[in-house]
Design a protein around this ligand. Structure first.
Ligand SMILES: [Zn+2]
Ligand SMILES: [Zn+2]
Length: 265
């Protein structure tokens, strides 16, 4: 019994650290990207919508959902630590890049099919909260229902039993997903380029923004290949990236006080 309580205490400390760091990253990215967005109003993807008005609701739900995400990560790491899984591969810089990529590819596949499931008749009720944000913002990435989060982020609690990734690779992926997801929901496009459209498997912010605005396309997280293969990619995605690529003004780091965005809307 003593062992059980010791284990529980260790797990709680691990979870508390993961949660504190993730919340800190959430706010740092949120305010940092908002700073950038304010300086680049022409890069707004949905020109006529202001998703920012849902900020308070999105932050509230995110603080709960991040706890579910961190619980999944904590379960995975704790299971490894206790020796309940295969012995994790030792971390080395030589294999770090290919294993990180493999982890991304596996996470993307997990996410795609979990997300397709969440759009079915029975499961959509768990996913509806995330889709209240029609024009996503930097605060939307984690504004997800709790069952929904458990499904889409449950990857970390499961993958440790299938592929013995080292904790460093798992944590690096979690951090990268947090950064990628916040940019992916930012509502402003900074990554439109040839590398974000066909035939490249990579994507830019417009991809998931379209998922929120048009609802039935673009389910994947990191790469477009599942959507291309399953026929769920938006038919206008590649074209929209191309247009953004040509029309976007140069990146600005200065606030243009002469032309505040609101006066133009
Ligand atoms: Zn969805
Ligand atoms: Zn989303």
């Amino acid at each position: 019994m003593r062992g059980f309580f010791e284990g529980l205490a260790e797990f709680s400390v691990l979870l508390a650290i993961l949660y504190a760091v993730t919340v800190a990253v959430y706010f740092t990215l949120g305010y940092g990207i908002t700073w950038l967005n304010n300086r680049n109003p022409e890069r707004r993807i949905q020109k006529n919508r202001r998703g920012e008005k849902r900020k308070a609701a999105e932050i509230r739900l995110s603080l709960a959902s991040i706890l579910v995400t961190c619980t999944s990560v904590a379960i995975g790491l704790f299971a490894q630590y206790k020796g309940w899984t295969m012995q994790p591969w030792e971390f080395s810089w030589w294999t770090a890049a290919p294993l990180f990529l493999l982890c991304m590819v596996l996470f993307d596949a997990w996410f795609y099919f979990a997300h397709r499931l969440l759009h079915t008749k029975y499961f959509y009720k768990y996913h509806i909260e995330h889709h209240r944000s029609v024009a996503p913002t930097v605060w939307s990435n984690d504004s997800i229902g709790l069952v929904d989060t458990a499904l889409s982020q449950g990857f970390y609690a499961v993958i440790v039993f299938i592929v013995p990734f080292s904790p460093v690779i798992l944590l690096a992926n979690r951090l990268f997903d947090q950064i990628n997801g916040t940019f992916g929901h930012a509502g402003f496009e900074y990554f439109a380029s040839r590398t974000a459209r066909h035939p490249s498997p990579m994507l830019c912010t417009t991809y998931h923004d379209q998922h929120h605005a048009e609802f039935k396309y673009n389910f994947a997280n990191y790469f477009s290949f599942w959507d291309r293969m399953m026929g769920t990619i938006s038919p206008v995605y590649d074209r929209r990236v191309e247009v953004f690529e040509k029309d976007a003004p140069p990146l600005s780091l200065k606030l243009d006080r002469q032309v505040p965005e609101k006066s133009k809307a």
